[in-house]
Design a protein around this ligand. Sequence first.
Ligand SMILES: CC(=O)N[C@H]1[C@@H](OP(=O)(O)OP(=O)(O)OC[C@H]2O[C@@H](n3ccc(=O)[nH]c3=O)[C@H](O)[C@@H]2O)O[C@H](CO)[C@@H](O)[C@@H]1O
Ligand SMILES: C=C(OP(=O)(O)O)C(=O)O
Length: 435
Amino acid sequence: MASFRVTGGTRLQGEIIPQGAKNEALQILCAVLLTPEKVTIHKIPNIRDVNKLIELLSDMGVKVEKLGPESYRFQADQVNLDYLETEDFLKKASALRGSVMILGPLLARFGKGKLSKPGGDKIGRRRMDTHFFGFQKLGAKFHYDSKNEIFHIDGKNLKGTYMLLDEASVTGTANIVMAAVLAEGKTTIYNAACEPYLQQLCDMLNRMGAKITGVGSNLLHIDGVKELGGTEHTMLPDMIEIGSFIGMAAMTQSEITIKDCQIHRLGIIPDTFRRMGIQMEFRGDDIFIPAQKHYEIETFIDGSILTVADQIWPGFTPDLLSIVLVTATQAKGTVLVHQKMFESRLFFVDKLIDMGAQIILCDPHRATVIGLDRKYPLRGIRMTSPDIRAGVALLIAAMSANGVSVIDNIEQIDRGYQNIDARLNALGAKIERIS
Ligand SMILES: CC(=O)N[C@H]1[C@@H](OP(=O)(O)OP(=O)(O)OC[C@H]2O[C@@H](n3ccc(=O)[nH]c3=O)[C@H](O)[C@@H]2O)O[C@H](CO)[C@@H](O)[C@@H]1O
Ligand SMILES: C=C(OP(=O)(O)O)C(=O)O
């Protein structure tokens, strides 16, 4: 297990380019299985989860050609379905959450799919019922081998239908859309998730010949087609990384410019950080954040405590709540952070409390942060990163703290943040990777 040794108290300065979006990449990479033709993808982040998925695709027989540091070409013209029967496949697939999205394409194109329980963050219950209900509505048969924790899905000749999803699951919607594009007839998906990741996936599928309308809304209409062709696709900048950099700049009193953010695709993210008192300026498509000694959290109009809660898109993404929370620890004012979706994502606050932050964990879903307004800096400590976003929140806390911190289990951070130590050190951070 590797660790970061972080010397706190340094200010960052300069420009940083966000990586391609992790959660978009996981969807887009799975979609290459839908066609025997070549698919070229740009701005693929060089992160653990994405690299594991590329390796899995390659082991399944997909031809993978690296064209440049962030560009690859894939061709799934000879997928080896026998590989799905191996222990190696089950083990590799269960190493990340995103692997679940190979099921939709496999079902659509080959009439069957199989997967062991996917990995990803241990942030509470992460059910997958929506995925399988959707496949079943399209006519597939689902079987769960509970002893070995293996999901089986079978069904040739999928038929389009109407479905109302029981929840707007992000990966669930992606999976069902990828199964439905090759089903016969019309599929309507209501209560679909509509994150930019999904908009990008649908746009890419349409370029491959799919017929999807309603993209960006929670009502998707899909006219099934017989086959899909190749295409070229470029990933959006990672909005979670952008939000992480905004919080990091505020906490460390740094002046940074986040380049090429595609601001119009960030939804409510910039406004949410503004409500935390963080100044930012849009300069074309860059976000400039000035060094700020103080930032004051707004109250609601009636004077009551601001609540920042997660919601399905276009609400505030749950993946940035840990960043909002850590940023609030040095703000002036109070905020209630309400993590509705996951029940184990706020427990990392005990580490921030050890560092000197004033936080009351009201229950597993809600934490009240009383900002210190920099009257007392956080203290460096040794801690473990429990999940990807808490990991970066702890990194931000350590960068702002007095003294040295050690963060263990940084594999969690490496899952989703590309070369983060080197990129931040280039701006003046002092982060050392130790093993
Ligand atoms: C690889 C990937 O893309 N992972 C993202 C994806 O995970 P993932 O697709 O696994 O998450 P889901 O959208 O399925 O669900 C997230 C959680 O929220 C709950 N839920 C979901 C929808 C809803 O309307 N109400 C509700 O309570 C679910 O039961 C689950 O506990 O979406 C999550 C929610 O944005 C993000 O945190 C993950 O980073
Ligand atoms: C929870 C996350 O990832 P995963 O779904 O891959 O665990 C995340 O990206 O914040």
